[in-house]
Design a protein around this ligand. Structure first.
Ligand code: AMP
Length: 183
């Protein structure tokens, strides 16, 4: 895209808010409308790619599923590899994984250990940070595999849920294109 990208405020206006999904009280920030817009997807990726380049990303890691959309596109822009951080049982090889706590119960993320070089600078990309549980587990998993993980990039931050603060406490810098108040 050669024309000026949409500004973060213009991108924010393209995010659809769906109340009470997936359960009562949750304001679901839906990126379907953002990525379906002719300039919404390209502009979001361009802003994220500028952040990732400034972070010195040698690879991008994105979490299943919406992190794949933005993460893979950012990796292409930078000309670096992409690491899919997958839900359990999806990768056809011996994986390394991490279990992490959810509000109710636990979840697990897995990666291919062969995808991560020792000392490689990997930048995390996802659509949204809420409590930060997913991103923190991803950072820990990649670090355990030998990567340097100093940065995580998001389209949306929900600062009231404290995820970005949690990541910063763990030494992971957080940048997002927009914030929404509340949860
Ligand atoms: P968390 O681990 O709490 O930071 O949640 C991260 C993931 O949950 C994100 O990758 C989102 O895809 C999804 N998510 C959590 N809260 C919302 C929300 N209010 N709207 C849309 N997606 C959400």
């Amino acid at each position: 895209m050669t024309a000026e990208p949409l500004s973060p405020d213009e991108l924010k206006a393209l995010v659809r808010t769906v109340p009470d999904f997936p359960e009562p009280g949750i304001q679901f920030r839906d990126i379907t409308t953002l990525i379906g817009h002719p300039k919404g997807m390209a502009s979001s990726v361009r802003h994220l790619a500028a952040f990732a380049r400034a972070c010195g990303a040698q690879k991008i890691a994105g979490m299943e599923a919406r992190g794949f959309i933005f993460g893979a596109a950012v990796a292409v822009q930078l000309g670096v590899g992409f690491i899919p951080v997958r839900k359990p049982g999806k990768l056809p090889i011996k994986t390394i994984g991490i279990d992490y706590a959810l509000e109710y119960g636990t979840d697990r993320l897995e990666v291919d250990p062969g995808a991560i070089g020792d000392g490689e600078r990997i930048v995390i990309v996802d659509d949204l940070i809420a409590t930060g549980g997913t991103a923190l587990a991803t950072a820990q998993l990649l670090r355990d595999a030998g990567a340097v993980v100093d940065d995580a990039l998001f389209v949306i931050d929900l600062p009231d849920l404290g995820g970005a603060s949690k990541l910063r406490e763990a030494g992971v810098g957080v940048q997002a294109l927009m914030e929404f108040e509340g949860d």
